[in-house]
Write a protein of this length. Structure first.
Length: 147
């Protein structure tokens, strides 16, 4: 798969449907320094697997991390791993999964847990074509926690 659609969620974060090795150059041209794979290997055997994307990213001088999220839902370890990845990125981050939805939801959970306003997150996601309604109650709970 090539010419993926990178959708900007914030100043330094993009979400995308499944990418291929050929998309890495486009990501690097946008200032991406970290590629985050939120898709479990084997989910779709006909799609590029993590090792293939990782090899292309590293060959282009980009960092790569796998934080797989299944359709079963979200737990705190991926949220914490995403926070660490975003905090450690030297530039922009591109997160991808099958459609970009899980990447967007994980980004929003991560940001809300760090104190971002759920309404602002919802607006940013909507502008990128994603809907945070399935996790809105969790976003609000994180905001109420004041984390």
């Amino acid at each position: 798969m090539t010419t993926a659609t990178f959708r900007q969620l914030g100043d330094t974060v993009y979400a995308s449907p499944q990418i291929g090795p050929a998309d890495i150059a486009e990501a690097a041209a946008l200032g991406v320094t970290l590629v985050v794979n939120n898709r479990p290997d084997g989910e779709a055997p006909d799609e590029p697997q993590g090792a293939e994307i990782e090899a292309a990213a590293r060959a282009a001088g980009l960092d790569y991390v796998a934080i797989p999220v299944t359709h079963a839902g979200f737990a705190m370890p991926p949220v914490e791993a995403m926070r660490a990845a975003l905090d450690g990125a030297a530039g922009k981050t591109l997160a991808y999964c099958r459609s970009g939805t899980r990447s967007t939801l994980l980004w929003a959970l991560t940001e809300a847990r760090s104190g971002a306003d759920p309404e602002a997150l919802s607006e940013a996601a909507a502008a990128a074509g994603y809907d945070l309604a399935p996790i809105r109650a969790i976003l609000d709970a994180f905001a109420a926690d004041g984390r």
